[in-house]
Design a protein around this ligand. Structure first.
Ligand SMILES: Nc1ncnc2c1ncn2[C@@H]1O[C@H](COP(=O)(O)OP(=O)(O)OP(=O)(O)O)[C@@H](O)[C@H]1O
Length: 251
């Protein structure tokens, strides 16, 4: 089991001997092979690896978007293994936040309506104080009545982050959250994700291809051919890029 520091912190999400195989028989693909890792609460983890190494599969299994073929996933104390789709959907809505490369906002809704969508989907009351706090933290307090088309790409991703944070998720999963942004804007968004970890004790797990993005994390997990081949603490962009080169990622 790869346990990321601090070792004593309880795990926000724990994968135990996860395998994922797509398809059957001769054409089957083993996308994850016996992956075990415990991700501590309040930590920022980046997941890197060559194309096809299993990053998306890892994220989907860890976030309850897909069922592993073998092994167990725990979100806090909750075992996701036996859950049906309805239970998993509810769990994702209440306890997990997602930020994707494409911001996935609803164009017809205002910033505030987009951010409060998770409450409406869950049929629960909007926590107005927390909403105001989240909008302030992501720097959109004065944009609440604007629509996505009136915002820059970076601002749109801030809306998506606010929407992910507003339910106080136990883990925020990012799938290339800066993949569609220019370098300067990407750094702003990464700084924002970092501050959610440092100031709100948010747990963040992010798949990325970018060593600079990965350097904002506390730890980088490197996947190769469906296995975790290294867990790098205190990453720098140079160290990450060098490790990726040895994995053959850019050869
Ligand atoms: N639905 C699927 N059916 C069959 N094979 C799949 C499916 N999804 C992924 N795979 C295969 O599983 C392996 C891991 O894929 P995955 O998308 O997790 O890798 P990745 O590291 O995220 O890649 P990339 O960086 O290119 O997005 C690859 O060989 C891929 O072709």
């Amino acid at each position: 089991m790869t346990t990321l520091s601090p070792a004593a912190a309880p795990a926000a999400v724990r994968l135990t001997a996860i395998s994922k195989t797509y398809g059957k028989g001769a054409g089957s693909v083993a996308a994850l092979k016996d992956v075990s890792v415990a991700i501590p609460r309040g930590s920022f983890t980046a997941v890197m690896g060559p194309s096809g190494s299993g990053k998306s599969t890892f994220l989907h299994c860890a976030a309850g978007l897909d069922h592993p073929s073998a092994g167990a996933v725990h979100l806090g104390e909750t075992d996701l293994s036996g859950m049906n789709e309805t239970a998993l959907t509810k769990l994702r809505r209440r306890r997990i936040g997602f930020v994707f490369q494409a911001f996935n906002l609803v164009p017809a809704l205002t910033v505030e309506q987009n951010v409060t969508l998770p409450f409406r989907l869950a049929g629960s009351k909007v926590d107005r104080d927390w909403l105001a706090e989240v909008l302030r933290r992501v720097g959109l307090a004065d944009r609440a009545r604007h629509r996505p088309a009136e915002l820059s790409g970076g601002q749109q991703q801030r809306v998506a982050i606010a929407r992910a944070l507003v339910t106080r998720p136990e883990v925020l999963f990012g799938d290339e959250p800066t993949g569609a942004l220019d370098t300067v804007t990407a750094k702003e968004i990464l700084g924002l994700l970092r501050s959610t970890v440092d100031e709100m004790r948010q747990t963040v797990v992010m798949v990325t291809h970018d060593p600079v993005a990965a350097s904002y994390a506390d730890t980088v997990l490197f996947l190769a051919d469906g296995r975790i081949v290294e867990s790098m603490p205190a990453p720098t962009a140079d160290k990450v890029a060098e490790r990726m080169t040895t994995l053959g990622a850019w050869s």
